[in-house]
Design a protein around this ligand. Sequence first.
Ligand SMILES: NC(=O)c1ccc[n+]([C@@H]2O[C@H](COP(=O)([O-])OP(=O)(O)OC[C@H]3O[C@@H](n4cnc5c(N)ncnc54)[C@H](OP(=O)(O)O)[C@@H]3O)[C@@H](O)[C@H]2O)c1
Length: 337
Amino acid sequence: MNNNKKLRWGILGAARINQQLMPAIVAAENSELVAIASRRPGAAAETLAKYSPQQQGVTIYDGPEALLDDADIQAVYIPLSNHEHAEWTLRAIERGKHVLCEKPMALTVADIDAIETAAKKHNVVVMEGFMYRYHPQHARVRELLDSGLIGEVRSVRSCFSFMMQPARLYRLAEPIERGGGAMWDIGCYAIHAARLPLDDSPLAVTAMAKYTDTGADISSSGIIDYGDGKYAQFDFSFERARRAEYEIIGTKGGLKCHNVWAKQAETPVVSWWTESGRQCIETLQTSNHFLLEIEHFEDCVLNGKTPQLSLEDAKTNCRVIVAALQSAADGMRVQLD
Ligand SMILES: NC(=O)c1ccc[n+]([C@@H]2O[C@H](COP(=O)([O-])OP(=O)(O)OC[C@H]3O[C@@H](n4cnc5c(N)ncnc54)[C@H](OP(=O)(O)O)[C@@H]3O)[C@@H](O)[C@H]2O)c1
């Protein structure tokens, strides 16, 4: 049993993203990596050797089911493919595990409803892995907004893009219904970031998209209508130069977060201006948002804190994504209930 107050983690798959998350779990003071699973023989051990070679005593399981049977594991990190997230999140909850699930948590709002019900029943913490939100630059943005510096927020523009390497184009091979394409991969960030400064009651979405021959979306732009002339624009693509930014315009000025995916070595920059002529470019301290995400999760589990990103937030994001996909496919504005 766990006698040392550290959160005991299992990782449910040998995914590439473990390059970031595995060292974060190992480095977090109140976490301990105790197991990793993969359905592919040798892949879990290889992943461990590659991303956390110093870590001793990690149990290798030959699949997620076997890992969930380990009663000593308290929390699981789910880096499986997008269409598997909801199923394995539910299975983990039913075994009494706390769950950090990669984005997107699910492909339907109904699945997140089921996850929420199960999480309440089993009294576990469940969080969607939008790691960028734990970077202090967004708390700084919030602080600037709350100070009234740019007045009332009227519009947001978020842009996420990069040139997808040919070797990774397998992400486009899966149909959208199975979590393939740019929307479920990076569009979910663009929409999440665009929602950051506005209230959580979007009214409607209009979007357009370019599709590959396999039917996956590769580039998309859209507008979330919040009513009263408040709009959040999102734009993302696998075939444009790298950008990960958002800009917020208020009644008295504007501010911009220049590198939403700021890596540990990259200097985060937030700039702002006001109509009264003030302007500033703030360079903030570098941070590892993956580590901060893990530390926040362990704090929620071990100390009973409320997750910064709720399941309600996950549902709203999913609702907007599904509406945007429908809007792009049908060429129509989609009302949100
Ligand atoms: N937060 C972030 O910054 C970030 C960044 C990238 C991706 N993500 C998210 O993280 C999740 C995983 O993304 P990823 O790009 O790391 O996925 P990935 O490498 O394709 O792995 C996903 C799952 O597919 C299986 N798999 C891996 N390589 C395989 C192969 N060669 N053949 C067959 N199966 C294979 C693995 O399960 P088994 O080990 O059981 O076979 C693995 O858990 C996605 O939901 C994605 O949206 C998050």
